[in-house]
Write a protein that binds this ligand. Structure first.
Ligand SMILES: [Zn+2]
Ligand SMILES: [Zn+2]
Length: 301
């Protein structure tokens, strides 16, 4: 819908249109099948967003692209903005929240964030669309059970997210963390899909062009996870049920997809894991990652 058209509708009509569209989207996804699907719409310091859906509903984890770009990338994976039931923000950094406010208002979608995340003035205009979430407070929405847990990063109150479908399939997202903490890693056990930061190659960071202060920040305990740390972290999280490992938030300057995969794949090989490794890209969405897909899936995406 062209932006100008929004003014033709009152708030009630807009909400009703959004509800109708969500019902249609649910019909398209199919009413049966308890599985879970996800697609990373893009990941890196230029923007992060991931769509997760089941037969019950559809969530957007982070909204770090402009509203228009989020809409475009959703279309690239066969979805519409109107399909999204809620947006969840890991933290307020621009590469995770850039489009949240506009997307939420334009499509009448609630946005969940921690109290700290909502202290960011950019997110101030959400009004009643702003909803609270926090560690230790389980949430249920769009048919998913959701738990968030604190991560070590230089934002106000950053979190990682675990979502569980009604069929018990679990996806965990953990990016933007300087180090692995016991609490985070406890929360990430028994996943079917793991989206894990693999930000930099330590040697590339050390010898690369970043100013010294920035190198220190990235490598600090409140910065970003290196390929080596991602590999060690995965080793601790591997289980028989893990089907997909997606390496996320790769630095364009201090990493390459080949380096990240070369650090992590040996862990899967050594442990004879059946999990498939995918490296998320900044400039285009990745493939749909399916777990436990029943006959109810609409496979057009
Ligand atoms: Zn980030
Ligand atoms: Zn961040």
């Amino acid at each position: 819908m062209p932006e100008g058209q929004l003014s033709l509708f009152g708030d009630g009509a807009l909400a009703a249109a959004a509800r109708e569209s969500k019902l249609e989207s649910r019909r398209r996804r199919g009413g049966s099948g308890a599985g879970l699907r996800a697609a990373v719409l893009g990941s890196g310091s230029g923007g992060n967003a991931t769509i997760v859906e089941s037969a019950d509903g559809c969530l957007l984890l982070d909204a770090g692209f402009s509203c228009r770009e989020l809409e475009r990338r959703l279309e690239m994976v066969g979805r519409l903005a109107a399909d999204v039931d809620a947006v969840l923000l890991t933290h307020e950094h621009n590469d995770h929240s850039r489009g949240a406010s506009r997307f939420a208002r334009r499509h009448q979608v609630p946005v969940y964030g921690t109290r700290g995340t909502y202290r960011d003035p950019e997110l101030g205009g959400l009004g009643t669309l702003a909803r609270p979430m926090g560690p230790g407070v389980p949430l249920t929405m769009a048919g998913f059970r959701i738990k968030v847990f604190p991560v070590s990063h230089d934002a106000r109150e950053p979190v990682g997210i675990v979502v569980e479908s009604s069929g018990g399939y679990r996806l965990g997202l953990v990016t933007d963390l300087g180090r692995r903490t016991a609490e985070a890693w406890r929360s990430l056990r028994d996943l079917d899909v793991l989206l894990l930061e693999s930000n930099h190659d330590l040697d590339m960071l050390r010898t690369g062009p970043y100013p010294w202060r920035l190198k220190e920040r990235v490598a600090s305990a409140r910065g970003h996870l290196s390929n080596e740390e991602a590999a060690a972290g995965l080793d601790e999280l591997l289980s028989d049920r893990l089907s997909w490992v997606v390496l996320c938030h790769l630095s364009q300057t201090n990493n390459s997809p080949a380096f990240a995969a070369a650090a992590v794949q040996p862990v899967l090989d050594r442990r004879c894991s059946r999990a498939k490794l995918v490296v998320a890209e900044q400039h285009r969405p990745g493939p749909w990652l399916d777990v436990g897909a029943g006959s109810g899936w609409h496979r057009g995406g």
